[in-house]
Structure formats: C-alpha cells, structure tokens
Design a protein around this ligand. Structure first.
Ligand SMILES: Nc1ncnc2c1ncn2[C@@H]1O[C@H](COP(=O)(O)OP(=O)(O)OP(=O)(O)O)[C@@H](O)[C@H]1O
Ligand SMILES: [Mg+2]
Length: 432
C-alpha cells in the first residue's frame, strides 16, 4: 500500500534575547515567501515561532525542526532546554551548544594552530586571584609554580594583548606596550584567566568573515571606529584569492567545531591573514552594527534554516577531527592544507545540495527581500532598535542613517540582480 501524501509544516524556532529587528525581518520575509515545497511526495510549508522561557519536562518532545539560537551563550535555562532537545529529541540547532560551551576562544586557538593557521603566539597564565574554595590553598600550595610574568611578556614580545581566554564583547581586553603595563594589567585582571597574545601590528587590513552554513561574506572592519561604524561598506578591499582564502578559513573553523553561524576576525600583516578571534557563538546581527550587511545575513539565515528544516539535515553531534589532522600532518604547503580542510567543510555543509535547494525552491527570495527592505514596517523595526540603543534626541538621525544604508544596499543589490539576470539571458542565448 502506498503511503498517503501529506501536507507537513516544518517549524523554525528562534531562541532570542535582546535581538529585535532581524527576527522581524526573518519572520516577515518567510511569510512573504509563502513556500510550498514538494519533497518525497509530501508538501512542506514552513512556520516560525519564538521560543518562550518556561518550566519543561525533560521527556517532553519539541515541535521544532531547526532552532536558531542567540541566547544560550549566557542564559542557562534555555541552554539546558536546548541541550536536552538535542539529546532527547534530535533537534538541529545552530549553534551546537555542546561545542560552543566546551570549545571557546582558547580551544579554538589551539586547534587552529595545530591545523597550521597563522594564529598569533598565545600564552595562558593562571589568574591573579581566586574565588575561595575548600581545596584551593592545598592545591595551589602543592602545584602552583611561581612564574615570571616579565619573562613571558618578553617572549611574547611587545606590544601584546591581554584578554580573557574565553572572551567576548571586548571585555577585559588590554593592549600592552611594556612590562610595567603588563604587571599592572595582570594585577587588575583579578579572577579572570588571561591570555597574553602577540599583537598583529602594524596591520593593513582587518576583516570579519561571517558564515552561515556554507555561505560566507567578508566585511571590512575598523576596530578604532565608533561602534556604529566598525563594519565598513567597502568593496574590492580583498582580491579574489584573498576572498577565497578567508572563506576557506571560516568554513574550516566552523565545520571543524560543528558551528553553523560564526564570524572569524582576521588581520592582514605583510600579506598574511592572521585569525585573532573566531569563536563567536552569537555574531553581531543588529542593524546598528552591521546595517548595510544585514539583509545579506537575514537571507543567509533564512536559506540555511529552510534547507535544514526542508531536507531534514541531521546535526552532527560529535565533531570528527581525524580528517583535518591527517591533512595537518602532511608536508603540503599551508594554502594547500587550507584548501583541503575547506573541501571537507564544503562537503560537510552539503554545499552542492544546498545550492540546488536554493535554486529550486528559493528563486524568489532575492526579489522578495529587495522589496521588503523598502517597506514602512522594515523601517519601523529599524527605528525601534535605534530607540533602544541611542538617546532620544539621536533616534531620528540614526534611524535615517541606518535606513539609508539599507537603501544603499537595495541599490547595489538591484545592480547585482540585474547583472545576474542579464548574464542568465546571455547564457541562455548561447544555448542551441
Ligand atoms: N593579537 C591581536 N593583535 C592585534 N589586535 C588585537 C589582537 N587581539 C585583539 N586585538 C584587538 O582587540 C579587539 C578585541 O579583541 P578580541 O576580538 O579577541 O576580543 P573580544 O572580546 O572577542 O571582542 P569582540 O566581541 O569585539 O569580538 C580586536 O577587535 C582587535 O582590535
Ligand atoms: Mg573579537
């Protein structure tokens, strides 16, 4: 007997904290897409819902096929719900909370050093102070070695950066010029476990490579600019090979750790891109930081969430590092090794199937998003976000500023879409 054809709703969950505008964009564009996808005889449609915080029974099933998580790097209740949903209910979540929790900045440095990526030399030092604990004095008395901080500083070399081993949000980051400043910063670091890291200076380019599944966008970044102006709207700041290298780098990192959404900060010195921070559980997604680049990100998140939910992609529970380490142990040059890692990564992100899925099912997405980002509703979401972060007398001015950048995105996007359409017409014209 043949199985009956079914109409199936795939649920996308959003686990959110302070995110305001991109979830509205995500939900609105999904609604406008009004997708119905045929798969194996069934018809799939998609619905999105925001996850609420409430008591949960560990054995209670979850309704979601995929979850986008923006909360659990600091909010324990949701993190434990997600972890239980992964082990108990096979939920696909980006990002995998297990690898985010256990492989923060420090581990990511060590792993990528082993793969041969030019991570700056980094030393971890035990903290200056401790929370009192019953066994603390016994343990330190027996095992903590006195160390010469000045000597470590000289070995790493000045200037250097002192920053928490598990950092984020620029907390506790200090640029240090000499030994006196090093001692001072260490004394102030209190109970934090710190890295001392060689500075990549002088650098001539700073980028953030943002990736969602197999999709990558490389954005120029200026760490010295005011917060709203750090992500730049610039083009052609890297050549094609550099773009490829940065894509290979971030995809390698993400597939190695099992992260679907992450950004890799890299600084170029003497033609070499040094990755300096690439364990970001919750990359910037606010219009007030990424403005012009936000429509790209919303579309990238939509495409990847729809692909995961629509194809039933399984989350990899355990990373498999052996294939990377095999390449790392060969005599290949760095660039060849990186290409090898990236090819594992592209395979693990099912890049070909993903592109097919988008061609077949999401052909309208670009035009729908282009129209949507001109609507009063989208502008109002931008204004609400600005109103949360800026003083009342600056709200109008900065709403216009960020909205203006989104409108500039629409101009460049229109050119891109028109060129792509023309290219398609001319390819078709060549066909017999
Ligand atoms: N090794 C380095 N060489 C040069 N600059 C560095 C280095 N490490 C950190 N910095 C500078 O300090 C900033 C913050 O460092 P880092 O990104 O590691 O910390 P973070 O807390 O993760 O910050 P964020 O949340 O902004 O990513 C970087 O954006 C960069 O400008
Ligand atoms: Mg950083």
């Amino acid at each position: 007997m043949e199985a009956a054809l079914a109409d199936i709703v795939k649920w996308i969950g959003l686990s959110l904290g302070a995110d305001l505008e991109w979830p509205i964009f995500f939900e609105d564009i999904l609604e406008r897409l009004n997708l119905r996808i045929r798969r194996g005889g069934d018809t799939l449609s998609f619905a999105v819902e925001r996850v609420t915080i409430e008591p949960f029974d560990l054995a209670q099933p979850v309704k979601y096929d995929v979850l986008l998580d923006r909360l659990t790097h600091w909010y324990g209740t949701s993190r434990e719900w997600i972890k239980k949903a992964v082990v108990h209910d096979d939920l696909y979540v980006f990002n995998n909370p297990f690898t985010i929790q256990s492989m923060e900045k420090h581990t990511s440095y060590a792993a990528m050093m082993r793969l041969g990526l030019p991570v700056p030399a980094t030393v971890l030092v035990p903290p200056k102070d401790y929370e009192p604990a019953p066994d603390l004095q016994v343990t330190l008395g027996q095992y903590a070695r006195f160390f010469d901080l000045g000597e470590i500083g000289r070995k790493v070399g000045y200037p250097l950066f002192m920053k928490p081993y598990d950092g984020g949000a620029w907390r506790g980051v200090t640029r240090i010029n000499d030994e006196e400043a090093l001692h001072q910063a260490y004394d102030q670091s209190a109970k934090q476990i710190m890295h001392l890291q060689q500075a990549i200076e002088p650098f001539d380019l700073f980028v953030r490579a943002l990736a969602v599944g197999p999709q990558v966008n490389v954005i120029r970044y200026d760490p010295g600019a005011p917060l709203h102006d750090r992500y730049k709207v610039e083009f052609d700041f890297v050549d094609a090979e550099e773009w490829r290298l940065l894509s290979d780098m971030v995809l390698t990192i993400n597939s190695f750790f099992g992260w679907d959404f992450n950004s890799c900060e890299a600084m170029r010195r003497n033609g070499v891109f040094h990755p300096i921070d690439f364990a970001n559980a919750c990359p910037d997604s606010q219009v007030t930081s990424i403005h012009y680049h936000l429509p790209w990100l919303v579309k990238a998140k939509l495409r990847w969430a729809l692909f995961v939910a629509g194809t039933g992609r399984k989350m990899r529970h355990n990373p498999d590092w052996a294939p990377y380490f095999e390449i790392a142990a060969t005599d290949l040059a760095y660039r060849e090794k990186l290409a090898g890692y990236a090819s594992i990564a592209r395979h693990s992100f099912e890049t070909d199937d993903f592109l097919d899925f988008c061609d077949t099912n999401l052909a309208d997405l670009d035009e729908i998003a282009w129209e949507y980002f001109a609507t009063p509703r989208a502008r109002e979401a931008v204004r609400r976000k600005v109103a949360v972060l800026f003083p009342p007398h600056e709200v109008e001015q900065f709403t216009e500023h960020f909205w203006g950048l989104i409108q500039f995105w629409r101009t460049t996007e229109r050119d891109r879409l028109d060129l792509a359409a023309q290219a398609q017409v001319s390819t078709h014209a060549l066909k017999p």
